[in-house]
Design a protein around this ligand. Structure first.
Ligand SMILES: [Mn+2]
Length: 358
């Protein structure tokens, strides 16, 4: 998210008291050119059938982006399927309010050789899960993403690491396709942008992000209800899992060149004991990373097969994408992850050793 640190497109200075002319719309994808968009728009306009897919265990940006594009392309008379490659394919409870879920089909219902397939928020083909072979067999595959770690697969790439969310790029796509925002599309896009900006708090949030939020709210969407569901709704079982994880947390003041590391882990048994689903603890790291003594946060979540999914965060001084990359993962500079097949202690040691000097 380093490029997102800069307020791209914003004036460098603004004289106090000077009149600010209203702008109907800000550039949402400054990292992409007309030449990047043109072949993608042509491919969509020429397609009779499009498959829109996001990453496994989708978050609000991934599924919101795919569904928003699905509503829009359906309005253009294109046959649309939305999918992600989990089996079983389960929409997280926190995203059940998203509209147009009638567009969702299981991975097996996506054609084995799609005419046109577009991926959303997928930084790596592995994140396609069961849909990977279909994406690779597509006559045309388009990658729409904002992960700096995206190595670029498929036929065409619309990747802008400066964009705070993939949903921002979808807004730009719809503008270029001439599809107006309606409340359903806006609900999907708002969910994506709010998810990836931590409700407009993270550094990648720019004036253009708020301008987009303004246009989305103008459709009449219920941002209060979306926010309550995304940020302020958890089961009682989650509170118990959180309590155990906090009790298990370790503060290493000397790690990260003395900037500090706080880490914890969640055994799968904790989830089963309290009837909590893996997706429900995705936000647990946001509590752990509050520790003021630590620049870097690491949370390891055990999967049923014993492997550990690591999530890490940095407050700005350390590139955790580099550390996660050393463990076979990747992501953004301040938010990244990996999967480990080692023990908790070994995994933490490898992560600690991989933290780059600042
Ligand atoms: Mn995203």
């Amino acid at each position: 998210m380093s490029a997102g640190q800069q307020a791209a497109g914003a004036p460098a200075t603004m004289t106090a008291g000077a009149p600010v002319l209203p702008s109907p719309r800000s550039e949402q994808a400054p990292g992409l050119t007309d030449g990047d968009w043109q072949p993608v728009l042509a491919a969509i306009r020429g397609a009779s059938s499009v498959d829109l897919v996001c990453h496994v265990l989708p978050d609000g940006d991934a599924l919101g982006s795919a569904l928003a594009a699905g509503i829009a392309l359906r309005s253009l008379g294109i046959e649309v399927r939305v999918s992600f490659g989990d089996d079983p394919q389960v929409v997280p409870g926190s995203l059940e309010f998203l509209p147009a879920q009638d567009l969702l089909v299981p991975a097996s219902a996506v054609p084995e050789r799609p005419e046109l397939l577009i991926t959303f928020d997928v930084a790596d083909p592995q994140r396609l899960g069961l849909l990977r072979s279909r994406a690779e067999a597509a006559a045309t595959a388009v990658v729409i993403d904002h992960h700096a770690s995206n190595g670029g697969f498929g036929t065409y790439q619309l990747i802008d690491p400066a964009a705070p969310a993939t949903a921002v790029l979808v807004d730009e796509l719809l503008r270029r396709l001439g599809v107006p925002l309606d409340r359903d599309i806006a609900t999907c896009l708002y969910t994506g942008v709010a998810t990836d900006t931590g409700s407009f708090r993270y550094a990648a949030t720019t004036p253009a992000t708020h301008e987009l939020a303004s246009r989305l709210l103008a459709t009449g969407l219920r941002h209060d209800l979306i926010s309550r569901r995304l940020w302020d709704t958890q089961s009682f079982g989650y509170l118990k899992v959180l309590a155990a994880a906090l009790d298990r947390a370790v503060l290493e003041r000397g790690a990260a060149d003395g900037l500090g590391l706080v880490w914890t882990w969640v055994p799968y048994a904790d989830l089963t004991a309290h009837g909590v689903l893996p997706e429900e603890i995705e936000g647990l790291i946001d509590v752990v990373r509050k520790a003021s003594e630590a620049e870097v946060t690491l949370v390891l979540k055990e999967d049923p097969d014993g492997s550990l999914r690591g999530s890490s965060r940095s407050k700005g001084a350390v590139d955790v994408a580099a550390a996660c990359g050393a463990l076979g993962g990747g992501g953004h500079v301040y938010a990244a992850g990996f999967t480990s097949h080692s023990t908790v202690d070994t995994t933490v040691a490898r992560f600690r050793d991989a933290l780059p000097p600042h």
